[in-house]
Design a protein around this ligand. Sequence first.
Ligand SMILES: Nc1nc2c(ncn2[C@@H]2O[C@H](COP(=O)(O)OP(=O)(O)OP(=O)(O)O)[C@@H](O)[C@H]2O)c(=O)[nH]1
Ligand SMILES: [Mg+2]
Length: 218
Amino acid sequence: MRVELMTDILGDNDAAARENKQLFDAHGVLAVDFMGSPGSGKTSLLEQVVRSLDDVTVKVIEGDVATANDARRIEEAGAEAFQINTGGMCHLNAPMIARAAGKIDLAATDLLLIENVGNLVCPAAFKLGAHFRLVVSSIPEGDDKPEKYPAAFRGCDGVILNKLDLVPHSPFDVKKFWDLCRQLQPQAVQFATSCVAGEGIGQLSEWLRRQHSQLTGG
Ligand SMILES: Nc1nc2c(ncn2[C@@H]2O[C@H](COP(=O)(O)OP(=O)(O)OP(=O)(O)O)[C@@H](O)[C@H]2O)c(=O)[nH]1
Ligand SMILES: [Mg+2]
C-alpha cells in the first residue's frame, strides 16, 4: 500500500512538472533547478549570476523550510525573488512551482532560477519542470558526496563544485570528485566555482545565457 501511495505522489508530481515545463516553453523561459546541501553556496552562486547577467531578465524562486532570508539576498543582488517556505518539507515539488509561477510575469522573464531546499536526498525524487537540474557541491562537504548520494548526481544535468578557494585548506581530492561524477552521469556539464574569488561565475552565467538562446532559437 505504501509503495502505491508513493507512486501516486510521484506520478501526480511528474504530471504537474510536465505542465510547468510546457508553461515555461510557451513563454521562452529557461528554468533551472539548483539542488545541493545546506550551505553549499546555492544562494551565493545565484547572487553572483544575477549580478553578472545584466542583459537578460533573471527571476528566482527560493525554496526554504523557513525564512525569507535567501529571497532578500537575491533582491539585494538585483533580481525579483519569490520565496516558498515549505514549512518542514525537505524539497520543493512541481505544484509549489506552479503556484509560484502563477505570480511571476513569465512574459517578462528570460531565466527562472530555482533554489531547492538544502538537501541532497529528497529533491532528487521530485521533478519541478525545469529544463535543467544543477547539483551544487562544495569543498568542505568532502569529495565522496557523489558516491554517497548517487541519485542526486545521477539525475542531474550538471555539477557545480563550489568553494574552490578552500582547496588549499582541505584534503579534498578534486580529481576523485570529478571521476565519481563522470561515473554516475557522464553527460553532466561541469563547473568549478568560488564565490569568494569570483572564479567560474562567468562560465556558469554564459552557459545559462546560451541555454536560454537555444531554447528561444536566438
Ligand atoms: N569560502 C567560500 N565560502 C562560500 C563560497 N560560496 C558561499 N560561501 C559561504 O558559504 C555559506 C553558505 O552559503 P549560501 O549561499 O547561503 O549556501 P546555500 O547553499 O544557499 O545554503 P541553504 O540555503 O541554507 O541551503 C555562506 O557563509 C557563504 O558566504 C565560496 O565559494 N567560498
Ligand atoms: Mg540558500
